[in-house]
Design a binder for this molecule. Sequence first.
Ligand SMILES: *[C@@H]1O[C@H](CO)[C@@H](O)[C@H](O)[C@H]1NC(C)=O
Ligand SMILES: *[C@@H]1O[C@H](CO)[C@@H](O)[C@H](O)[C@H]1NC(C)=O
Length: 161
Amino acid sequence: MVSRAGPTTSALFLLCCVGSWLTSHTFPTLGPTERGKIFKELRSLSKTLLEDYVKEEKGVPTSQSYTLPCLIPDAQPPNNINISAIQTYLQTISQLRDTTTMGEIIEHLDKLKFQDASKTNISAPTGTLEHKRFILTILTQFSECMELASKLLNSEAQRAG
Ligand SMILES: *[C@@H]1O[C@H](CO)[C@@H](O)[C@H](O)[C@H]1NC(C)=O
Ligand SMILES: *[C@@H]1O[C@H](CO)[C@@H](O)[C@H](O)[C@H]1NC(C)=O
C-alpha cells in the first residue's frame, strides 16, 4: 500500500492512520472499556490513598517543589497520561511507605503501561517533614491526575458512542 501511494495519499495516510496505529500500539491489549474501568478504579484508589495519608499525617503542608508529570505535552487524549512517570513516582513512594492500596494501584498501572518503565529513579527528599510533604504533594497530584484521566476517557467513550 505504501508503494502505490502518492505524496498526498501518504500525507493522508499519516494523518489518519498514524493516530490509530499509535492508539492500538499504545494499549495493545486493552479496549477503551477496560481502560476506562482501570482508570475508574485508579481514581477511587488514589482518593483512598490520599485520604488515608492525610488522616495519618495531620497538618502536613503540600510543597511547590514537587510535580508529578501527569500529562504528556502534545499528545492527544487518551494517550496523554504519562503512566510511566506516574508509576516511577508511586514506586518511589511505595518504597517509603507500602500499603495495600498502593500495591493495588501499582498493579493497575502495570496493566496500563506500554512504555518501558522509566529507568530514572526519583530521589525522594531527605528529612522527615520534607519526606512527608513530598508524599502528600505527589499523592494529591496523583489523585487530581486520575480525576482528569477519568474525565478524558469518559468523553472519549461518549464520542465513540
Ligand atoms: C513522562 O514524564 C517523564 C518525567 O517527567 C519525562 O521524562 C518523559 O519524557 C514523559 N514521557 C513522555 C512520553 O513525554
Ligand atoms: C534505582 O534504584 C534501584 C533501587 O534502589 C537501584 O537498584 C537502581 O540501580 C537505581 N537505578 C538508577 C538508574 O539509578
